[in-house]
Design a protein around this ligand. Sequence first.
Ligand SMILES: Nc1nc2c(ncn2[C@@H]2O[C@H](COP(=O)(O)OP(=O)(O)OP(=O)(O)O)[C@@H](O)[C@H]2O)c(=O)[nH]1
Ligand SMILES: O=C([O-])CC(=O)C(=O)O
Ligand SMILES: [Mn+2]
Length: 625
Amino acid sequence: MNAIEKLEKLLDREQFEKIKALNNPELHEFLAEWIEWLEPDKVFVCTDSPEDEAYVKWKALYYGEEKMLETPNHTVHYDNYYDQARDKANTKLLVPGGKAIPFLNTKDRDEGLREIRELMKGVMKGKELFVCFFVLGPRNSVFTIPAVQLTDSAYVAHSEFILYRKGYEEFKRLGRNARFFRFVHSEGELDDRKTSKNLDKRRIYIDLLDETVYSVNTQYGGNTIGLKKLAFRLTIQRAVREGWLSEHMFLMRVNGPDGRKTYFTGAYPSMCGKTSTAMISWENIVGDDLSFIVPVNGVARGANVEKGVFGIIQGVNPEDDPIIWEILHSPVEIIFSNVLVKDGKPYWNEMGVPIPDEGENHSGKWWRGKKDAEGNEIPPSHKNARFTVSLEHFPNVDMEALENPCGVEVGGMIFGGRDKDTWPPVREAFNWRHGIVTMGAALESETTAATLGKEGVRAFNPMAILDFMSVPLGEYLRNYLDFEKKLRKAPKIFAVNYFLRDENGNWLNHKLDKGVWLKWMELRVHGDVGAIETPIGYIPKYADLARLFEEVLDKEYTREEYEKQFTIRVPELLAKIERIETIYREKVGEVPEELFQVLEDERKRLLEARERYGDYISPFALEGE
Ligand SMILES: Nc1nc2c(ncn2[C@@H]2O[C@H](COP(=O)(O)OP(=O)(O)OP(=O)(O)O)[C@@H](O)[C@H]2O)c(=O)[nH]1
Ligand SMILES: O=C([O-])CC(=O)C(=O)O
Ligand SMILES: [Mn+2]
């Protein structure tokens, strides 16, 4: 029996017709094989019609994976108490022979496929399987990558409808030419609260050869939403092979003088400020998590891979995040996950308004002071609790940029992480190489609640992408360094640090200060302001920042604040170079030689400056005051 005949037997008439209309034998093979294997009771195929999308949403409620909240179109979803973040330990790249690749979690492909197939055999008995089609990037563009998702979680499918562009018609248009990604997900057996039960059998296996990702016994979005971090492993591989960039980056427009629009991307690790930067209310958001950057006629053009936001809700408050606050309180379609709910209303940590002392949250029935099995007090919402909403509802979205099949020209690229004591709040690289090596490849950040495991540990995290890396780091960096050669004018590279602290652990900056750094970077892209040359790049002059603080935030910015924040901390910077160099020399292997050269040059500059100015160098000294 061929695939299409098999499908005719497996699906009812209406669903079968939807599949038959797609002229792609490879797709048919894949579907026939997996539908047979998963043994769902029922299969629903989603086209791009609003009715099919509505069906999925309804099913998320019907099966109890989501519950209605008081505000129309708002629902809440819970993940298991121990399934609240990405599971790095059980996420593996399947490679032939299980070849060890430094920093990547690999597993023998045959063995991995055998294991995951075993876990998935008949896993959908008694359940409904949703077959969904989406695309990454704008449709019918240089960025487009079609993808098919199989899942028994209506919540996952619903999330994808909010976050991605529909792709059924695109599959139809592309026919047998579609080079598509495949995702197979099952939440596995559920408990009374409709959360995945068999977490010990949670597995996320990425088959790089077949461009297929399998995920089982988990519901948390980062482990299950196929087109998000699962597809990301596959797009990194494609990008490195084809000479473009697939990055963990927001994409935003910074508005310069006289209506000038300048686009920036920014790579910071999970929970380190991508969404909150892209959401600065007087600028415009294009995307908050994943960007493709492709060289087109010598210009780096960026596009948002997604069309929605799976954002962190903790700390969202009316003062710092007025737009998100507004959206979260309007009747547009939103899925809240792992928040506190009382009388049909969602609440979260640090929301800036009083919240109830009891309700339901990710731990079930909750009251203030409740402890978990490990004796830890359970906060009202999980730190990694999130909201899922489409960008079309954002008053500050740059819709033209979001939908442009040619993307937008990238003027600047920013790297940043959680760093309490080393980098200044903002600086500009001397050139592409300098930025890629000392800002991107040298990125370190304290771990956060976005992954399971200990928080607050300084960790090597090049380009904020290490969790998702799917090719040897050296190859990835080679591609990055070579990218410049494809461009007539490379974007400027910047580094930011929002997380500097003083001796007592207090933040040196306010959350909105980033709005000033953005304006400064915008001016620098166009050569509109001068800067101070330091051993680690260009930093802003006090006078320019004082003016910008006044203009942007209506705040006085003192010389003392500036000096404290922008002091060049030579011992910390040298120690960092040591750490990074050692990692690349001893742990990574096969690294482009120029990386070491660039680090060595930076070290020399720091040593020379130390001779002259001492360990902690005031920016005023460097400016020659
Ligand atoms: N101290 C401080 N915290 C910040 C700042 N900006 C963001 N945060 C905190 O960073 C966390 C959220 O960062 P997001 O912007 O949502 O994270 P993201 O980079 O989009 O993360 P993912 O969606 O996980 O990839 C929240 O806990 C914020 O309060 C800042 O300027 N200063
Ligand atoms: O993928 C997720 O779980 C959410 C996210 O953006 C990240 O962790 O970087
Ligand atoms: Mn992310």
